[in-house]
Write a protein that binds this ligand. Sequence first.
Ligand code: NAP
Length: 248
Amino acid sequence: MDFRGKTVLITGASRGIGAECALEFARNGASAIVIGYHKSERQALDLEARLRDAGVNALALRADIRSARQVESMFQKANAAFGPVHILVNNAGISGFSLFTDISENMWDDMMDTNCKGMYLCCKEALPHMISDKDGAIVNISSIWGQVGASCEVHYSASKAAVIGLTKALAKELGPSRVRVNCVAPGVIQTDMLAAVAEDVQRELAEETPLMRLGTAEDIAKAVCFLCSGEAGFITGQVLGVNGGFVI
Ligand code: NAP
């Protein structure tokens, strides 16, 4: 994979899967990497420094992806620093566990706004340049639960299923503009997001996984980079499950 000359913007890159995606794009030669973050400023700035030390143009930019104004400002700053974004990774997201009957309207709206509306806002900002260049790649991060649904995670599952619909519809619309849109649906991945899951449950989940382990952020980052690369030039509108066989 070779991302020389490419500017990559990754949302939720302060931690977990997004941060590992930034490192993987850097390892594969990306010219410039924008680290989107919301609250974890220290981690975002540390990653920016690490990438700069490795000779990559990196910039950490704060934006709450639920806000159109903040997303617009993030893209304006990215454009001013590095020119148009060629690759967008819509990774930022939240999870939540609750009985369906206990999901409040605020919880529902927050889940949808973060996991789904944020992608719409970021795509809207990135696409004008991609369409006029007739070149671009977008990868959206869904989840196995968006594919098969999870008990006590109805709002999360619904938001991640919406990501799959968004991906497929947008891929059809943008194919003639030669912009590819794909989706990665991770299984159970060891990041901060898993901290809410008890250790014995994590062990059970690993045992239920055909490959007999939980996933790592590296597993996901490698799949994301592949889908954004020239090697995946004839792949669009697809959902790549990176889940150790948990969902087949
Ligand atoms: P994580 O470690 O909790 O990181 C979440 C990231 O999203 C952070 O960088 C956070 O930024 C950012 N974020 C959250 N709300 C935001 C907002 N309103 N605006 C901007 N950024 C926001 O989670 P992760 O495990 O790496 O998850 C990354 C993606 O993979 C998510 O979409 C998640 O649903 C999906 N996924 C994860 C798993 C898993 O098992 N871990 C499985 C399937 C899918 P700050 O920290 O700066 O606020």
